[in-house]
Design a protein around this ligand. Structure first.
Ligand SMILES: NC(=O)c1ccc[n+]([C@@H]2O[C@H](COP(=O)([O-])OP(=O)(O)OC[C@H]3O[C@@H](n4cnc5c(N)ncnc54)[C@H](O)[C@@H]3O)[C@@H](O)[C@H]2O)c1
Length: 287
């Protein structure tokens, strides 16, 4: 797809961050927008930012993308009010518990999977049948560089983003003889509001530095070029090449070295006892 003027674009998670930046960029390109989020206030802020740019009033919907019936209702609303969808950006997502596996609650694994993975599945399945009927459309599914490399204190989030990757790569194969474009996006560190946990603030300040407008420009260019895997943002290429070329042991060591200074280590008691043991060994040696 080359031209987005008069095209209908659906963006999930449009109340903040990259979702808001997509809305602003597509509005400037003359697209008709259907925007959803569960943050009502943020979604209305996005609407007020694009009001002057839109040729047509956007469809707005407030609901939780983890709920399949709500997503189906939204797809129906968009079809009735705007007609067929040309571009679907499955962008909504949340961070995880920001704790290691043994200190995270089961609810956190389930909620992150429900939003980050099943949100993508629900939206893809709700909009795909019309795209198949027309043999036309673009789907962009948002994974992460944490869908390429496992990182400490992010097992719930990594699990969901690896799952988005598997789902999307399978869909790409299924549609490889169709003109429907399927894209998989692995953002690096983008300066948004995603890291809301107090214990994520050092990580966020250190890694989330690329402006959302930059990655949105890259995604739009990638849709035009039909670039299937999109990798962009702080540390993104390092992670992508590392994941492809290095042995897993080396990737794990690299991820730990990069992250240990900026994550919450309060649940890693064994690090303290390791340190004490090393100190005790050193003292013994010196005796
Ligand atoms: N910021 C980064 O560095 C980064 C890196 C890699 C991937 N990502 C991914 O990019 C996407 C966009 O994130 P962002 O960084 O712009 O974060 P953000 O928090 O600024 O925006 C995410 C939006 O999704 C909405 N949302 C979350 N759960 C929802 C739900 N259940 N139903 C409806 N809306 C929901 C939020 O309200 C928010 O408006 C996410 O999928 C995220 O995992 C972000």
């Amino acid at each position: 797809m080359q031209d987005f003027n008069n095209k209908t674009v659906v963006i999930t998670g449009a109340a903040s961050g990259m979702g808001r930046a997509y809305a602003q960029a597509f509005a400037r390109l003359g697209s008709h927008l259907a925007l959803c989020d569960y943050d009502r206030e943020g979604l209305h802020e996005t609407e007020s930012l694009i009001r002057g740019e839109c040729q047509r009033e956007p469809v707005l919907a407030v609901f939780d993308i983890a709920v399949e019936e709500e997503v189906a209702g939204f797809a129906e609303k968009v079809r009735t009010e705007m007609g067929d969808v040309d571009v679907l950006i499955n962008n909504a997502g949340i961070e995880g518990s920001a704790k290691p596996v043994w200190a995270s609650r089961s609810e956190s694994f389930q909620r992150v999977m429900a939003v980050n993975y099943f949100g993508v599945v629900n939206c893809t399945r709700a909009f795909l049948p019309r795209m198949l009927a027309r043999q036309s459309g673009v789907i962009v599914n948002v994974s992460s560089i944490f869908g390429l490399v496992g990182t400490p204190n992010h097992a719930d989030y990594c699990g969901s983003k690896f799952a988005v990757r598997g789902f999307t790569e399978a869909l790409m194969v299924e549609l490889s003889e169709s003109p429907i474009q399927v894209h998989l996006l692995h953002p690096g560190g983008i300066a948004t509001n995603i890291a809301r946990q107090p214990s994520s603030q050092a990580f966020s300040g250190h890694f989330l530095t690329t402006p959302p407008e930059d990655i949105v420009r890259y995604v739009i260019d990638s849709i035009r070029k039909n670039r299937t895997r999109m990798v962009y943002g702080n540390n993104a290429w390092k992670a992508a090449w590392g994941a492809r070329l290095l042995p897993l042991k080396a990737i794990c060591a690299m991820a730990w070295k990069e992250m240990k200074g900026v994550i919450d280590l309060s649940d890693y008691d064994f690090l303290k006892s390791n340190k004490n043991q090393t100190g005790a060994k050193r003292e013994k040696f010196q005796e």
